[in-house]
Design a protein around this ligand. Sequence first.
Ligand SMILES: [Mg+2]
Length: 270
Amino acid sequence: MKKTDLRRGFLIDIEGVLVRDKRYEPIAGAVPWLTALREAGTPFCLVSNNTTHRPAELIGDLVAAGFPVTEDHLVGALDLGRRWLQERGRQRIMWLGTAGLAGYWAEMGFELVTGGACEAVVLGANAELTVGDLDQALGAVLEQGADVVCLHRNPFFLDAEGQRRLGPGAWAAALEAVGGTGAVITVGKPSEKIYNEAIKRIGVAPTEALFISDDPVNDLVTAGQLGMTTAFVLSGKHPDHEILGSLAEENWPDIICNSLADLEGPADCS
Ligand SMILES: [Mg+2]
């Protein structure tokens, strides 16, 4: 697909682009870059697979770090997962993501179970997850037809110490392999669901949008396939472009740069 790189709207990953990792320290130059974008009135939203913070907390941490963002700027996997479950009447869920979000699900009206009747097993990033926790889900998946809802399928993530940890993608593959009868769905990147929601939010065509991420495999392939221009920044989980060797050339990003500060803003304004 011929891309025009109009940059009329921006879709921006958070971790590795705006902030370094789960410590939420801003990457050099990211705050002034996003501030200039907002002051120019250019539509943008943050497209996040974060499953460790409530939406309000996530935005609060970004505001505390100096970013000019509100909850309206966030299109997140956690919120999309909640909506998917509610729209299908799934109420009794096994939450295998971080314990810190158990209260979030309860506030949203879900009943959290660790055994017995269960309508959906929900996966998010969880550095504490054990094989024993996954074993607890086997009965629901194999005998009750529980859905496996992956908030995202990143195979790994960087924890608060910057260490690689196995992510929901790896755990989802394990539960998928046991062969239950329920649905196995992903709402976050790389599923098209979150990209379509983000595009709707900023109100521009996919071909007019630039998607910026530190993860060319899990974030940018889908964006490119949907017609967006893609920018790979080296400020996050991949410090060089070696990772591109695992991708077919047609899926390589359109732009590679060190960080957000190296990217030009809207083409119309530059
Ligand atoms: Mg990232």
